[in-house]
Design a protein. Structure first.
Length: 130
């Protein structure tokens, strides 16, 4: 398949979430690195505050009013995609987190970097204001 034939809409929700997990994690790491040098253990603890099912479910709640119809549809596909949560995760939070990751994967694969960064900035600003 050539690059021109690739359509992110054709990927299943869990494939989008797989990509989005990496994209979201990278955005978090980039943000933390820009805040200044810290010990790796501290960076990891700080990253986990953003990259976990509960935090990502809350992140979705912060940006939900900003989403377009298409973005909401991608989120719902991810949320309803059938991912099985770990035993220690709340199923509702895990489903929302998977939806958020699917959205971030979709936007990344569509080349919507500016939109991704705007949504991520809103998430961070909302978390910092809590």
């Amino acid at each position: 398949m050539t690059e021109k034939q690739f359509d992110p809409k054709m990927l299943n929700a869990l494939d989008l979430a797989f990509v989005g997990d990496g994209v979201y994690g990278l955005l978090v790491r980039e943000m933390l690195a820009k805040q200044g040098s810290r010990p790796v253990g501290e960076l990891h603890r700080m990253a986990v505050e953003y990259v976990n099912a509960t935090a990502q479910a809350a992140a979705y709640d912060r940006i939900a009013p900003m989403l377009t119809e298409q973005e909401q549809a991608v989120f719902r596909r991810g949320r309803n995609g059938g991912a099985h949560p770990p035993r220690n995760a709340d199923p509702g939070h895990y489903a929302k987190a998977t939806g958020l990751e699917a959205l971030f994967g979709y936007l990344h694969l569509c080349g919507e970097q500016q939109r991704l960064r705007a949504l991520f900035a809103a998430i961070v600003q909302g978390q910092n204001n809590e």
